[in-house]
Design a protein around this ligand. Structure first.
Ligand code: UTP
Length: 284
């Protein structure tokens, strides 16, 4: 079975990035010249996703505008023969009807945001991408979809054992290449309580039964409804694997991760690599 749909939860408040995120959705912050959410949508498209479901909140209308035509801008770029810029804004458009939006109404947590998409997803497995987890290199969701044979799957990576309280952490079982059995999941454990230093990164493939589990989920870490808590209840019901993706992940919800991502992505660009390297050499 193919994964056709992707949920993009974009209803969070982005409090770690204030004041930038007071009026601007965190997911619209640009890395070099592209907003985070566009990287996530492009990654989903590379994985073969055909339907894009955004779970938004108040103050997030810039995301809807970004994925719609801007007729005035396009006309102006056409008149001024700015063909490269025109192509950039037109190429990113998705077929009409392939993007849906649902409002989360209150930022009650990632689990709650995912649950809000239940009626649009209906009864099929679905992927989830968190745009603030930006991945450089091989598109992680594509790798996961290729490895997925059913059940639930989360993207995983090794983290500093002292930093487990910033992540969802798995209890690992047997490994098979890039796949690792998930025997347990816990959200933001203190290092002394963490079952491992293998963290969940913001890419998931979930079974529709997770929506039912989420509907009765009580608040977890941070007083929020946590996706990790609902997923931990799925263990044993269906195969559950972590996938060690090959790319490098940047936490663009944090200031340091965001600045690092901008430098790393700029260094991949032919137009920016040389001048940036020269500037860094001369500065430090
Ligand atoms: P974060 O844990 O980074 O939370 O959410 P946040 O609220 O966006 O940011 P901080 O911690 O206050 O700085 C991870 C992802 O889940 C989404 C966010 O938009 C982000 O993509 N999310 C989070 C929701 O959609 N709804 C929520 O209620 C919480």
């Amino acid at each position: 079975m193919k994964i056709r749909k992707a949920i993009f939860p974009v209803g969070g408040l982005g409090t770690r990035f204030l004041p930038a995120t007071k009026a601007l959705p965190k997911e619209m912050l640009p890395v070099v010249d592209k907003p985070l959410i566009q990287y996530a949508v492009e990654e989903a498209a590379e994985a073969g996703i055909e339907e894009y479901i955004f779970v938004t909140g108040r103050n997030k209308s810039a995301i809807e505008d970004h994925f719609d035509h801007s007729t005035e801008l396009e006309t102006l770029l056409h008149i001024k023969s700015k063909s490269e810029a025109l192509l950039a804004v037109q190429e990113m458009m998705k077929p009409p009807g392939s993007i849906s939006y649902v409002r989360q109404q209150e930022p009650a947590g990632l689990g709650h945001a995912v649950w809000c998409a239940r009626n649009i997803v209906a009864n099929e497995p679905v992927s989830i991408l968190l745009a603030d987890d930006l991945i450089l290199g091989k598109p992680a969701l594509k790798e996961m979809c290729e490895a997925w044979k059913g059940g639930n799957m989360v993207a995983t990576m090794k983290v500093d054992p002292e930093k487990t309280a910033s992540y969802g952490i798995i209890t690992p079982g047997k490994t098979f290449g890039n796949l690792v059995e998930v025997h347990g999941l816990v959200e933001k454990p203190k290092p002394k309580d963490a079952p491992s230093a293998i963290a969940i990164v913001g890419r998931y493939i979930i079974q529709p039964s997770v929506f039912t589990t989420l509907s009765t989920q009580s608040k977890g870490a941070g007083g929020e409804i946590q996706l990790t808590d609902a997923l931990s209840e799925e263990i044993g019901k269906a195969p559950f694997f972590g996938y060690h993706f090959s790319g490098k992940r940047f936490d663009c919800g944090s200031k340091l991760g965001f600045v690092q991502a901008n430098i790393a992505f700029a260094l991949q660009r032919d137009d920016l690599k040389r001048p940036l390297q020269n500037w860094i050499k001369n500065q430090f």
